[in-house]
Ligand binder design. Structure first.
Ligand code: NG6
Ligand code: CA
Length: 526
């Protein structure tokens, strides 16, 4: 059980600088539309499904023609599909950090893509959206991709014992997690902070520094790469698990090691088990799918089914997962009173490290839809993501153009369930319940997006802060959005960000820059 009272400390202590308790009320007060807390008769269940690297154009309901996503499309048809929804960051760890905490990732310097042996990035003292639910009497669960660190300090976890602190210390009663990503060791599931299916005959060791003598590596033993080989120059050529080489070194694991083709089945099963188990009381369930992140190695029943190679097949597999979760809710009679949110942690990438022929087989499919850039990018495709909200008994189906951001999960969920936000927590999160419920078509005044630099977008114009980074990431074939000069795009007329009009609209540039400065001044540890 989580014991919050004993682990709380003033928030200024945990994020280092002077963000004072006044931030929370201020953030709530500046929220565009205070939601009149009409206390729900029942506490709705909330299921949050976060896909990995799924692009704005990857789903049928977002315009994909060459891949079929019937379950997601049905979910979308039953609820609200947002066309202008944003993740806080263009990669996983920072995006998920912001999602769960309501605190911008860029206020801290340690929220970059985490290795598999990272210590907990969200510390026990920090209040999360899971705490909101937990404190309100919900049962809470986190299943699937985590990528927010486990244990106290990087590299010091005992993978053969209890790994602590963990999700239980930030509000999750139950967890079944992939520590980081599919392409990073350790390649085992961690259930309630212990390796699941633990094999005492094969103790686990993990290192991101030095190889374990005698363990074959992708680099030295390419003949053992029976399932997937890394793309040239991407790395991913260290520990070999299940015929696929990874990032990082690992030894042992035995029967606890996952098989990539079963990852979706395992996490989906754990999610539906959770729903069946908890059906009698309100619950909050976070499901992070591994699809469509690399290494893409879907179950044989999906392999070859999309005609687009494993990336397309992984989209089918993601769609299946969504269908199974919805079906579990339906079978328990819970669908009407469950709020389902389906989104992605960041935008799409086609070649992210494995020779899975995703580029060659893409055909006419455009994972980024009409947007420019992709995962890692400051351009829109980096952070504008699919976002579907369904709650059949309360949300009228439709399409919403409201400007929404995942950063608002904490305050919005808190308003939804009449939760008890902790003073000073989630300073960047606004109560956007009215827009998430389809009652307000405007949403936020602006969103902040982060990649190599910060951008601000007000629903019409977008400003990207100058940055010295490479304008183009060759490895992943991504336009990064980095430029030494200021960039301003008139997104409402130029959604593909083709024309930098900064020189023509100095006042607009100044106005948007000022927003970024004000946000930064609210407190930063960068
Ligand atoms: C990158 C990896 C990429 C992917 C990404 C994290 C290389 C060259 N690339 O560093 O394959 O793992 O990290 O993706 O190592 S994320 O969606 O979890 O942020
Ligand atoms: Ca991701």
């Amino acid at each position: 059980m989580t014991c919050h009272s004993s682990r709380r400390m003033p928030p200024a202590m945990w994020w280092g600088l002077g963000i004072c308790n006044a931030i929370w009320p201020a953030a709530t007060a500046t929220a565009a539309q205070p939601f009149k807390a009409e206390k729900p008769r029942q506490q709705p269940n909330v299921v949050l499904i976060v896909a990995d690297d799924l692009g704005y154009g990857d789903l049928g309901c977002y315009g994909a023609h060459t891949v079929a996503t019937p379950h997601v499309d049905a979910l979308s048809a039953s609820g609200l599909r947002f066309t202008d929804a944003h993740a806080a960051a263009a990669t996983s760890t920072p995006s998920r950090y912001a999602l769960l905490t309501g605190h911008y990732n860029w206020r801290r310097s340690d929220t970059g893509i985490a290795p598999g042996d990272a210590g907990m990035i969200i510390r026990p003292e920090q209040h999360t959206v899971a705490d909101i639910f937990h404190d309100a009497g919900y049962t809470t669960g986190a299943i699937g991709k985590w990528h927010l660190g486990l244990g106290d300090k990087t590299g010091t976890q005992d993978w053969n014992g209890t790994i602590t602190p963990g999700p239980q210390d930030i509000g999750f009663d139950y967890s079944y997690l992939m520590a980081a990503t599919g392409d990073r060791v350790p390649c085992v599931w961690v259930e309630n902070q212990r390796v699941a299916n633990y094999d005492a005959t094969a103790p686990i060791q993990v290192s991101y520094k030095t190889p374990f003598p005698g363990e074959p590596l992708g680099k030295t033993h390419p003949e053992l790469l029976t399932k997937l080989k890394p793309s040239p120059s991407h790395g991913h050529d260290m520990a070999i698990v299940n015929g696929i080489s990874r990032i990082g070194y690992m030894k042992g694991g035995g029967k606890a090691l996952w098989e990539d083709e079963n990852i979706a089945d395992s996490l989906t099963r754990k999610a539906t088990d959770f729903i069946h188990r908890e059906a009698g009381r309100p619950f909050f369930l976070y499901v992070g799918t591994n699809d469509v992140h690399v290494p893409r190695y879907p179950h044989p029943r999906f392999q070859g089914k999309s005609g687009m190679g494993f990336r397309g097949d992984a989209i089918l597999q993601f769609d299946w997962t969504v269908g199974e979760i919805v079906e579990a809710l339906r079978s328990e009679g819970l669908l009407d009173n469950t709020l389902i949110i389906m989104t992605s942690d960041n935008g799409p990438v086609v070649d992210d490290g494995y020779a899975d022929r995703a580029v060659e087989l893409l055909g006419d499919h455009r994972p980024w839809g009409p947007l420019r850039g992709g995962k890692y990018s400051s351009f829109e495709a980096g952070t504008r993501v699919p976002f579907v909200v369904s709650w059949p008994s309360r949300i009228k189906p439709g399409v919403s153009k409201a400007l929404v951001s995942q950063i608002d999960l904490y305050a919005t969920m808190s308003a939804l369930i009449g939760g008890d936000p902790e003073a000073g927590a989630a300073p960047d999160s606004q109560n956007q319940l009215r827009s998430w419920m389809g009652k307000d078509s405007k949403g936020r005044k602006y969103v902040i997006e982060s990649a190599s630099s910060l951008s601000v977008y007000d629903g019409e114009w977008k400003y990207i802060t100058p940055c010295n980074g490479a304008p183009y990431y060759k490895l992943t074939n991504t336009e990064s959005g980095n430029a030494k000069e200021e960039q301003l795009y008139h997104i409402s007329e130029d959604i593909a960000e083709q024309h930098n009009v900064a020189a023509l609209h100095a006042k607009k540039v100044e106005k948007l820059k000022a927003i970024i400065e004000t946000e930064k001044n609210k407190g930063t540890s960068r």
